[in-house]
Design a protein around this ligand. Structure first.
Ligand code: FAD
Length: 593
């Protein structure tokens, strides 16, 4: 297994050369000049060091040891606590946090890079940080000044962690039927009672307090999602002076034994009349939670990228060293018993698929990060609105596509190792096990696809899609030179196909409610490949214009060609499936399955 190395060169390429992030940052007054290119560069270097040198070495041992539950106490794997403290001391937990309460106020364009390195180094470890960062975001956006003042500084500092408590034994996707109750108390707080399952980081030994964000219903709340409120429930109550008070009645009943991310504690949490504080307005909890969930969705998507990058690094190293058979065109290393497997077309196919998809994902996560920054920091109303529409449209694509192809990439990485890919010591099987959950949690990928197709596309007659399609068309129109034609022409064809497909589903869904759900997963994938074609065309343009080359830009162009010739054509089969409609799914009665 290669030791994970933060892919700084490629991150810099995307950030500085493809998207010119510095120009964006300087154009956003809301950022208050918090960052420039030089500072970003130094931070990336630091993040690269801490993730590669401190966190990555705990990945395998964390998997072997796992998180352990005993009498309500959860112990994280050896080394996690010290590494977490080191990470927190650097201020990284509050990287994107509100400076008013001690956060660093950094843009998301930078944040997504750091997240990728964290997941690439160690997904189990990264989750404790991702959940804390996500919960601070919801608290900052919807909490009262008093709650923010009391809780945010310690959460940003990493001395307190955060969780997201939604799921119950009978309620996962359908949160409208949750049973956890919150009863108002005379002092303005609430008494929260219920059981939550699958809570990531619900209990652990990394921090002195854990702040749970819990969805619950008041006894007289309206039925369904409109009756859900959001509460902050600390593990330890916090005194007026900020010191820790008595233990709240929230306990960890057990942790799950699961396929992967074994170092991440997945907890059953029992709230037994625990004291909680309302965040935002009564019955608007789902809206407030969506602030966190959108953040988490992008973050979990990035788990797919980080895992795929780690798998790729190992697969390339192995493919250069492992010798088996001769190259079909004749011996490449005649002095050895056989040639390295990187000479074989099929091994190259797997490696190039991983490289093209992972680098496409990195560019796309940076692009979505840019839209998040624009929607948060731009002053111009129209520009901000465009950013918001794109974030709404692209978040489900990022979550589902990054993780579906992240999983595909990790399986390719395992396959490159042959039988050794199935054996523990090489690390590839752990990546496959660890990344698999990213397709399931934070809303399954099926639900992400429904969100994209239904709420974000059909419901508004394709208005958000139009914003994205117009931007791509603008790029195509501005880049008609012959040199770029091999990339821009297939991009144009893919965009036209996606426009037609979108119109087709919008029209069909007007007469049959099953059409959206029948089309959604294949539609999301068609969307993803088309969006990556846009990313690869942008990367190819930069690579073509680059002067001196040590092979990096040439590699980019070759990878772009591979993407356009070998991966983008997948949209034809996907689009045919979408056009097949829903009837064929319902021909059979449920009893016939
Ligand atoms: C390791 C792990 C960590 C987790 N961490 C957290 C956490 O920190 N906090 C938290 O609150 N939860 C957490 N979860 C829960 C996770 O988010 C849910 O498991 C997930 O959202 C799916 O819910 P479910 O398991 O109840 O599946 P169900 O909702 O029962 O879904 C079962 C299947 O039916 C499909 N389905 C359901 N409804 C529809 C529909 N309307 N249309 C089409 N298909 C549908 C789903 O896509 C899925 O394939 C975690 C889960 C795991 C395993």
């Amino acid at each position: 297994m290669a030791e994970y190395q933060a892919p700084l060169r490629d991150i810099r390429f995307v950030l500085n050369e493809v998207f010119e992030a510095d120009k964006l940052w300087q154009s956003l007054p809301g950022l208050n000049g918090a960052i420039d290119a030089e500072m970003a560069d130094a931070m990336l270097e630091e993040a690269g060091k801490i993730t590669s040198q401190t966190i990555a070495p705990l990945n395998r041992s964390g998997d072997e040891e796992g998180a352990v539950w005993k009498d309500g106490v959860v112990t994280t794997p050896t080394g996690f606590k010290e590494a977490y403290a080191t990470y927190a001391e650097g201020g990284w937990v509050g990287l994107g946090g509100n400076p008013e309460f001690g956060g660093m106020g950094m843009p998301k364009t930078l944040g997504v890079q750091v997240e990728e390195m964290l997941y690439g180094a160690n997904s189990s470890f990264a989750l404790y940080i991702a959940l804390t960062a996500g919960s601070t975001l919801a608290l900052d956006a919807h909490g009262s000044e008093e709650l923010k003042r009391k809780f945010l500084p310690n959460m940003y500092a990493g001395t307190w962690a955060g969780t997201m408590c939604l799921t119950e034994p009978h309620a996962g996707t359908d949160l409208g039927i949750i049973r956890t109750r919150a009863v108002p108390e005379a002092d303005g707080s609430y008494s929260v009672t219920g059981t939550k399952i699958f809570i990531t980081g619900g209990e652990h030994d990394l921090t002195e307090n854990i702040i749970h964000l819990v969805l619950a219903k008041l006894p007289d709340a309206p039925a369904g999602p409109k009756g859900i409120s959001l509460f902050l429930v600390p593990k330890f109550l916090v005194n007026e002076d900020g010191s820790l008070g008595e233990r709240n009645s929230v306990t960890c009943g057990s942790i799950e034994h699961k396929m992967g991310i074994k170092g991440s504690a997945t907890c059953v949490m029992n709230f037994d009349g625990a004291r909680g504080y309302l965040i935002g307005e009564l019955n608007k909890g789902l809206n407030a939670m969506f602030t966190m969930m959108n953040y988490e969705r992008l973050s979990i998507g990035i788990q797919g990228i980080g895992s795929a990058e780690a798998s790729y690094q190992s697969a390339v190293e192995y493919a250069r060293e492992r010798i088996q058979s001769r190259a079909p065109t004749g011996a490449v290393q005649p002095d050895k018993a056989a040639d390295p497997i990187i000479v074989h077309p099929d091994v190259r196919r797997m490696l190039l698929t991983m490289k093209a998809m992972t680098e496409g994902s990195r560019a796309f996560s940076t692009y979505v990060g840019m839209q998040l920054d624009i929607s948060k920091f731009a002053e111009d109303e129209a520009i901000r609105k465009k950013g918001e529409d794109l974030v709404a449209l692209l978040t489900p694509v990022a979550k589902a596509f990054f993780t579906d192809i992240g999983f595909e990439s990790c399986v390719h990485g395992q396959q490159v190792f042959g039988g050794h890919g199935y054996i523990r010591e090489w690390g590839q099987e752990q990546l496959v096990r660890d990344v698999r959950i990213a397709q399931i949690y934070e809303g399954t990928n099926g639900i992400q696809a429904l969100d994209l197709m239904g709420r974000k596309t059909v419901a508004n007659g394709g208005a958000f899609f139009q914003v994205f399609a117009d931007e791509i068309q603008g790029f195509i129109d501005a880049n008609g030179d012959a040199e770029l034609a091999e990339f821009v022409q297939p991009l144009q064809a893919a965009l036209t196909n996606l426009r037609e497909l979108t119109a087709y589903v919008i029209e069909r869904s007007a007469s049959n409610p099953n059409e959206v759900g029948a089309a959604s997963v294949e539609y999301l994938h068609t969307f993803g490949y088309t969006a990556y074609a846009y990313m690869w065309a942008r990367m190819a343009r930069v690579a073509l214009a680059a002067g001196e080359d040590d092979g990096f830009y040439q590699g980019k162009l070759s990878t772009a060609r591979f993407f356009f010739k070998r991966l983008l054509p997948r949209i034809h089969s996907l689009s045919e499936s979408v056009r097949a409609g829903s009837e064929v799914l319902f021909e059979m009665d449920a009893s016939q399955f």
